[in-house]
Design a protein around this ligand. Structure first.
Ligand SMILES: [Zn+2]
Length: 161
């Protein structure tokens, strides 16, 4: 069975940035399992996996536009400490979650800690980076009715309700 919309695809991946530094390796745990074609992984990776079968191993290079977007320099913001749940523990380089004015939660990277304000970079930590993936498809199967209804995979690598 080929990787196609609504197939359940299990795969291992090794992610490196453009300098070759390894960011993540899924082989330290069980393969990731996704309901394919529903946007649960970045677009560039989904496009590259389409049509492959179990056992295929290949490299994929995903530019920022198809991954986490370009870095925006105006995304550095100065925010009063009261907006952070964990302000007393933050140091430059750490990531934390910020509650935005419109009630969303946003992942940010701390760039500077002052006495009453904290400067944060609101770019996604992987924004502006070209991502290098080493992908190995371990299994491709049809999704169950229940998985299609829920919009995610059940069992190993997926949801365990
Ligand atoms: Zn479910």
């Amino acid at each position: 069975m080929k990787v196609d919309k609504d197939a359940v695809v299990s795969f291992h991946y090794r992610l490196s940035d453009e300098t070759g530094t390894e960011v993540e390796d899924s082989r330290e745990r069980e393969p990731m399992a996704i309901l394919f074609g529903r946007g649960s992984i970045i677009a560039g990776l989904e496009q590259a996996m389409a049509g492959h079968v179990a056992g295929d191993r290949f490299d994929v290079v995903v530019p920022p536009g198809q991954a986490y977007g370009e870095r925006r320099e105006e995304a550095i913001q100065r925010v009063p400490k009261k907006y952070f749940r964990d302000a007393d523990h933050l140091q430059p380089g750490m990531t934390t979650v910020l509650n935005t004015k419109d009630g969303r939660q946003q992942m940010v990277t701390v760039t500077k800690v002052g006495s009453s304000v904290i400067d944060v970079d609101t770019n996604h930590p992987m924004a502006g980076k070209t991502l290098h993936f080493d992908i190995e498809i371990t299994d491709v199967r049809a999704a169950s009715e229940e998985e299609l209804a829920h919009g995610h995979v059940h069992g190993p690598g997926g949801h365990a309700h």
